[in-house]
Design a protein around this ligand. Structure first.
Ligand SMILES: CC(C)(COP(=O)(O)OP(=O)(O)OC[C@H]1O[C@@H](n2cnc3c(N)ncnc32)[C@H](O)[C@@H]1OP(=O)(O)O)[C@@H](O)C(=O)NCCC(=O)NCCS
Length: 174
């Protein structure tokens, strides 16, 4: 990928994803996650169609190069980022950071949590840069027995109650 393509990609629009993206998401998933962590097709389908899930993507030349999904867990009063991935050739140009911020905005909850492999230094660095801090550990959470670290970011004071944010949220949820 040329530097020019990278610059273009860093400014590509973030768009809602849907059922029509299933095969593109499948390709991205294969590129992004190892076999242990890649979701089976049925879970990809679920994340693309299930109500109450925020799903956002970045496409380039009709390929999906980045994806994030998050859900609201009303019983906990918080949102969860349930997946985030950027294709290897498109990393380090800010797409992960932009998608995470867009999902936070769309979820619009007082707090957002996520689980990350204890060894996943790149993702942990991204989350810490975005304002998350560790609040717990899920012992042996991942296939292979690795712990999952639970990170949280609180928004209570920073979300304004203005209508433009609500409108943006409606657009992203589709
Ligand atoms: C983690 C991941 C989403 C980051 O995406 P990205 O688009 O490359 O991240 P960004 O370019 O937005 O980086 C934002 C910040 O994250 C941190 N970061 C990202 N990649 C990093 C790396 N390899 N090493 C250290 N820090 C890293 C940096 O602080 C960076 O800020 P900087 O550019 O000012 O230094 C990407 O590496 C990925 O898809 N990994 C595989 C899937 C995965 O692990 N997903 C998370 C599951 S919980």
């Amino acid at each position: 990928m040329s530097a020019q393509a990278q610059v273009q990609a860093s400014a590509l629009p973030i768009e809602p994803a849907g059922l029509r993206d299933l095969w593109k998401l499948r390709q991205l998933e294969k590129l992004t996650f190892n076999r242990e962590d890649a979701w089976p097709l049925v879970e990809l389908l679920f994340v693309l169609v299930s109500p109450g899930i925020v799903r956002l993507k970045v496409d380039y030349n009709d390929k999906m190069i980045a994806f994030v999904a998050g859900e609201t867990r009303a019983s906990q009063g918080m949102g969860w980022i349930i997946t985030l991935g950027v294709a290897p050739a498109w990393r380090h140009i800010g797409l992960g950071e932009r998608l995470l911020a867009a999902a936070e905005e769309a979820l619009h909850m007082p707090a957002i949590r996520l689980t990350v492999r204890a060894s996943n230094q790149a993702a942990i660095a991204l989350y810490q840069k975005a304002g998350y801090h560790q609040v717990g550990v899920s012992s042996r959470y991942y296939v292979g027995g690795e712990d999952g670290l639970i990170f949280e970011k609180r928004f209570l004071e920073s979300w304004g109650d203005n209508s433009s944010k609500q409108n943006e949220k409606k657009q992203i949820w589709g």
